[in-house]
Design a protein around this ligand. Structure first.
Ligand SMILES: Cc1cc2nc3c(=O)[nH]c(=O)nc-3n(C[C@H](O)[C@H](O)[C@H](O)COP(=O)(O)O)c2cc1C
Length: 184
């Protein structure tokens, strides 16, 4: 069983990126288990808290370290990634020397109502993940314009988008498989 974690870079209950991530999960082939790695309960990063790491932070780091790959579905806020996602990545990289994403394959994807479809945010996220020593999938890039009716009851209604997402998933699982083989 291949274990994939997914992080939604938005904590809103009506997040379109949550819809996107959940729709992606539904397209997963057999033998792949998806689990959400939640970020909403993480405290704001502070060096004060590193002295006695909060349990929620330890759990978050262990969740990343316990999967074979992570997909991050992020919105774009103010032409970058949301603060809540950056905060989570801060925790993933601390305490010093304990980078939870190190050597982990990561797929970046994002949805927005607008045509730019999180392109700017994803460029920033790639830079941050590079520093985090993650193995970031280069292609395909996942810029999804989430128009009304695209995702209904967790299902992608547009055949072209569905095919793209399946290809995206296939490419990501291919990367995960290559990394597993290299580490075997
Ligand atoms: C604070 C804030 C900043 C935003 N900045 C951008 C932006 O820079 N680019 C963009 O395409 N959309 C921007 N949006 C619109 C978001 O794409 C839209 O709200 C989207 O639904 C957010 O994703 P979510 O529903 O998963 O949270 C912004 C929204 C908010 C609330």
């Amino acid at each position: 069983m291949t274990k994939i974690g997914y992080i939604v870079g938005s904590i809103g209950s009506t997040s379109i990126n949550r819809d996107l991530a959940e729709a992606l999960v539904k397209l997963a082939p057999e033998g792949v288990e998806f689990t959400e790695i939640a970020i909403k309960d993480l405290p704001f990063f502070s060096t004060d808290l590193e002295v006695d790491l909060p349990q929620v932070v330890s759990d978050f780091k262990a969740a990343i370290e316990g999967v074979d790959g992570v997909i991050i579905a992020t919105p774009e806020y103010s032409r970058s990634i949301p603060g809540v996602l950056k905060n989570a990545i801060e925790w993933s990289n601390r305490p010093y020397g304990q980078m939870s994403f190190s050597g982990t394959p990561v797929g970046v994807i994002g949805g927005s109502p607008g045509g730019i479809a999180t392109a700017a945010a994803q460029q920033h996220l790639r830079a941050v993940l590079g520093h985090s020593d993650a193995i970031v999938m280069g292609q395909p890039e996942g810029f999804i314009q989430v128009t009304p009716g695209l995702i209904v009851d967790g299902e992608i209604t547009n055949e072209g988008t569905k095919e793209f997402l399946m290809a995206y998933l296939g490419a990501f699982l291919g990367l995960v498989g290559r990394v597993q083989k290299a580490n075997a």
